[in-house]
Design a protein around this ligand. Structure first.
Ligand SMILES: Cc1ncc(COP(=O)(O)O)c(C=O)c1O
Length: 378
């Protein structure tokens, strides 16, 4: 990247960029990979075990169990809650499809509960309408890097003896009333997909929990249900995290706090630009929450038109997510229809995620903010 700020302001601005990060920490990553290569231990070794401890400590929980992906983490976590064919699982419809397909993978039925319109997370007030005698678990998603409103959700679940699973794929480091996501429910799942705030160089994930018993079962489940060498006590599969990804993630975890601060500073700068502009709704950060801005998602009418304009100006943007789960062809057989979850549907039409990554420059951010502001003013 050029050191000339004018040149930077006229080049394309991607929505997400990994190149600069690799330029900064490349040598640390290569050293970590080399360490694994020369150890010849690629699966279930020291790197993975250490990462599990480090992530658990980071979240303020007792146990971490590495998995092959965030999706593996979700399926295994749901299994550890006893979710099986014929059960119902409550979850928000405004999320990445993996949250729902993890439920479906177990033969269980996703039961959607609408989101709150200003946080985009599951609305605790909707749970009562969705719970049935067949409900087996509640999955919350901390979307874009903001925790769901956990206290009322956990209280609701406790009264009914239901486990709460956190889908924290997008929210490592986020806090709710001073506690980090991962420590707020019974069991929590992280994705280390490369573009996540903590991203591997391939697929990887992790489950965290305070229950030693659950952690032990999860270790069995992610490794073909094996309780001893070549002895399996229940069906599992290969859901393991590999040593190269674990070593890379350990390097990146050391940088996560500084990256998080950079994301938060960028978000504050965007919000300063947008807060006085009618027609742009910046992300809400309620009191008592720390948002980690995996995405900085605004809301605007005529979102698609704005996205086209940004593309013309070589500014990247993304829509997370244009089709809520209840309207996905995958779930046509569940019989939901447009209008069932108005807040999720409305958000799907209006949200737009702007460029956000730690290395984003002030001049680039100002160019994005100017382009968005100009659009809503005309
Ligand atoms: C909210 C959410 N849940 C689950 C996943 C699945 O994670 P993975 O891609 O690591 O399987 C992702 C990300 O991809 C996600 O954003």
């Amino acid at each position: 990247m050029s050191s000339n700020p004018l040149a930077a302001s006229y080049s394309a601005i991607p929505q997400f960029d990994l190149a600069e990060q690799y330029g900064i920490i490349g040598s640390e990553i290569r050293e970590a990979v080399e360490r694994v290569l020369s150890s010849h231990q690629f699966i279930l070794g020291r790197e993975g075990a250490t990462l599990e401890e480090e992530i658990a400590r980071f979240c303020g929980v007792a146990h971490g169990v590495g998995t092959g992906s965030g999706t593996d983490a979700l399926v295994l976590a749901l299994r550890s809650c006893g979710v099986a064919a014929g059960d119902e699982v409550i979850l928000p419809p405004f999320t990445f499809v993996a949250t729902g397909s993890a439920v479906s993978a177990l033969g269980a039925k996703p039961v959607f509960a609408d989101i709150h319109p200003s946080t985009y997370n599951i609305d605790p007030a909707q749970l009562d309408r969705r719970v049935t005698p067949r409900t087996r678990a509640i999955v919350v998603v901390h979307l874009y890097g903001l925790s769901a409103d956990m206290d009322p959700i956990v209280e609701f679940a406790r009264k009914r003896n239901l486990p709460v699973v956190e889908d924290s794929a997008q929210a490592i480091g986020a806090t709710y009333q001073g506690r980090r996501t991962g420590s707020l429910g019974d069991v929590a799942c992280f994705s280390f997909y490369p573009t996540k705030n903590l991203g591997a160089c391939g697929d990887a994930g992790m489950i965290v929990t305070n229950s030693a018993e659950r952690a032990a079962r999860l270790r069995t489940l992610r490794n073909h249900g094996q309780t001893g060498k070549y002895v399996s006590s229940e069906p599992g599969w290969n859901g393991r995290l590999d040593e190269i990804q674990a070593a890379i993630l350990r390097v990146k975890l050391r940088h996560l706090p500084e990256w998080q601060r950079a994301r938060q500073a960028h978000a504050a700068e965007y919000t300063r630009h947008f807060s006085q502009i009618p027609g742009i709704m910046p992300p809400l950060v309620p009191d008592g929450y720390e948002h980690v801005f995996h995405q900085y998602s605004i809301r605007v009418e005529e979102r698609d038109k704005l996205q086209r304009l940004l593309t013309e100006k070589k500014i990247g943007s993304s829509v997370y997510y244009p089709v809520p789960l209840h309207l996905q062809p995958l779930y046509a057989s569940l019989g939901y229809k447009a209008g069932d979850f108005p807040h999720a549907e409305h958000a799907a039409q209006e949200v737009l995620s702007l460029p956000m990554y730690p290395e984003l420059k002030s001049a680039q951010l100002a160019r994005v903010a100017e382009a968005v502001t100009e659009f809503v003013r005309h």
